[in-house]
Design a protein around this ligand. Sequence first.
Ligand code: AG3
Length: 273
Amino acid sequence: MELWFTELQSKSIKMSYRVKDVLHTEKTKYQNLAIIETEHFGRMLILDDVVQLTMKDEFIYHEMMAHVPLVTHGNPERVLVIGGGDGGTLREILKHPVKEAHLVEIDERVIEASKKFFPALSVAFEDPRAKVFCEDGIAYVKRFKNYYDVIIVDSTDPVGPAVGLFAKEFYKDIYEALTDKGVFVAQTESPFYYEDLLKNVYSAVSSIFPHTAVYTATIPTYPGSLWTFTMGSKQIDPLTSDISNIPDLDTKYYTPSIQRSCFNLPAFINEII
Ligand code: AG3
């Protein structure tokens, strides 16, 4: 018997993966959580039937989530991840000489499951610079003024518990929580399937931050593969930032030349934003 997992990538597109093993399923307070072993992409984390990461391609998303904003900033000391309970983005942040890497995740079951099933990501939680807060990121960020150098929003799709993480009010609170040179980035979905979301986030971020820029990466297990990230920066122009001192990073996708080239957008994305 063949077992397949199917993600409904849009109302009319399905993507299926042949499953070798179902390792874990549970209903948490916030969402359905599943961990399966797939044939081609290896171990996979699924929340509410949506692929969050696979062992084969998670490096692309996590490296691009972390290194692009941290290098744009230049010398970040305090960094915050909102969401990202698997630990992948945190692991990449910790490759930089930061002083504090905080993570606020609403669903502590995601963290616990990652500790058990994704040790290559959750190893980040053992670093003495890492601190985890299990609460709503929207409430958390309101309590800080001028504190974090970089804030990264590693959210699920804009449905259910994550809706508020794509709202203008939240971006205003992030702006306040950032230091004067602060940089913010959020994953902003596929330009094919979430065109309006990208447009709305870009317009909200650019109404708050002096600099706004979109960058992309190719992530095979996310709908459409071509993925967007939207950055807001308080002082530094991400397109001309000083990149002469990039730390020596052990990466598989990110390179110093990608730091610049990832902001070169295809014409149709420039049309959207
Ligand atoms: N967060 C972004 C997942 C978006 C995937 N969307 C989809 N498959 N429809 C991933 C969390 C990993 N740290």
